[in-house]
Design a protein around this ligand. Sequence first.
Ligand code: G4P
Length: 528
Amino acid sequence: MKFTDEIKRRRTFGIISHPDAGKTTLTEKLLLFGGAIHEAGAVKSNKIKKGATSDFMEIERQRGISVATSVLAFEYKGTKINILDTPGHKDFAEDTFRTLTAVDSVIVVIDVAKGVEEQTEKLVEVCRMRNIPMIVFINKMDREGKDAFELLDEIEQKLNLTVTPLSFPIGMGYDFKGIYNIWEQNVNLFTGDPKKDIEDTIEISDLSSPELDKLIGEKSADNLREELELVDGVYPKFNKEAYLAGNLQPVFFGSALNNFGVRELLDCFVAIAPTPRAKDSDSRTVKPDEKEFSGFVFKIHANMDPKHRDRLAFIKVVSGTFERNKNYLHVRQGKNLKFSSPNAFFAEKKEIVDISYPGDIVGLHDTGNFKIGDTLTEGEILNYRGVPSFSPEHFRYINNADPMKTKQLDKGVDQLMDEGVAQLFTLELNNRKVIGTVGALQFEVIQYRLEHEYGAKCTYENLNVHKATWVEAKDIKSEEFKEFKRVKAKYLAHDKRGQLVFFADSQFSLQMTQQKYPSIKFHFTSEF
Ligand code: G4P
C-alpha cells in the first residue's frame, strides 16, 4: 500500500469521560466490532476502585492494567484505528491531558442520567482549546435519564459546544424502543439483547412512511416525527469541515452495555474522523506525509517488574515512517539512537514491528533516555510543542528517610519525574526539594514505588502552597524583577529544567503579586 494511503486509513483517538459513564464498556464494544476481541469482559477497567484493597495496591493494579490498555489498535472496514487510553480519575488527569496531545480526535461519553460531570468538563475544555474534533456519545439509554433536548442543552451550555444530533433516541429507559439514525436515515430497534452484535436496521428515508408507525407504534412514531422536526429546526446541519475544525460536535445516543447504537457511532466515526493531523513544533508545522520521520514521547510507562528497571516510552509518529534498527536523532540529547525491538500495539497485546506510519504509536524500550515531550527526528532539529507540565495543586517537601540510600532516592525521584508522575522543584532559598502533584494519590504512588523499585525511603512534610506558576519576566535586568526576586525569595523555586517558578500561598497573594509586578507574567503551564 502507498505511504499516503496508509496515512489516510489511520484514525487515532481517545475516549474521554467522567468515571463510570461507560468508557471501558464502549471501548470493549468497539474492539468487538473490529474483531479484535471475542468476548465481553476482555478489557479491564483502569478505574481506581476504593475499598477492598489498600490504595497503593490498587494503584499497582491500575498501573498493570494501564500498560495493557495504553493503546488498543484494531482494523475496521479497511481503517486502522488506534484508541489511546485516558484515565478518568481526576488524580491522573495530567496523564490524560498529555495523551490528548497525541490524539487526532476524541469521543466524549456522557451518562444520560448524570449528564455533564466534572471531569468531562475539564477534559472537553482541553480539547476545545486545541480544536480537537469531538463526537459525543450519550450512553445508558436503557436507563431512565434526562430528556434528550434537555441534555443537548446542557452539553451546549456547560461544555460550550455546538451540537448536532446524528442519531435520536426513541423513548428511554423502560420505554426505550431504539434510535433513529439521522446520519444514515434508518431505524434500529432495541431488543435489549447484548449478544446481538449485528444490528438489523430498517431503512426509513421518508419519515412520514406508515412503516414507522408499524415499527414503533403510532404514538411513538408521531412523537419521533415531532422531535426530529425540532432537531431539524434547532440544530445546525452536520458539516464535516466544521466538525474537523472543532466548531461542531455530532451527537449519538445508545447503550454501550447492550452494544446498541455503537455500530452507528463507529461507522460515522470512520467516515468523518480526521486522519493524522499536522503538528506544530518550535520551528515549523510538520505534515504527516513528509518523507522524513519525526515523532514525540507523550507517555512513559515503567516496567511492572521492579527487577527490570527498563521503561516503555510511547512515541506518536507525526511524519514519515518509523523503522526498526534505523538511526534517529534524540533532539534534546543531541545523540543518535536506534531501536531493535520497537513495539506496536494491538488489542491487548504488543508485537515487534518493522515499520510504523503517522498516527501510529510505537513503544520503545528505554533505560532512562526519554522524558515526556522528547522529540525524535531523522536529523532535523525541532521540538514538538504541546506537552506542557500543568501547575500542580498539592505540595510536600520530600525528605530522605534512609541516608544510606541517597543515590537510590535521587535516581528514583529523577526517573519518576521523567515519567511524569509528579514534578520536582528546588527552592531557591535553601535548595530543599519539593514535590508537586495534580492529585493527592501521587504521593502514595511515589513513596511506594521508590521503596519497591529503587530501594529508597522517603518521608513528606507539608508545605502550604496554593499553586505553582511559571514566571516569565520581560526583562530580567529590570528593577521590578530584581525586587520581585528579593521580596519573594522565600517563594521561588526552579523546576527540573531550571525554569523559575513562583509558589503562591493563596489565590489572593497570587493576585496581589501580579498587581505589584505588572511586567512579570505568571503561567499555569510550563509552556508559554
Ligand atoms: P468507565 O470506564 O467510564 O468508568 O465506565 P464503565 O465502562 O466501567 O461502566 C461503568 C458502569 O456502567 C458499569 O457498571 C457498566 O456495566 C455500566 N454501563 C456501561 N454502559 C452501560 C449502558 O449502556 N447501560 C447500563 N445500564 N449500564 C452501563 P458497574 O456495575 O459499575 O460495573 P460492572 O460490575 O458491571 O463491570
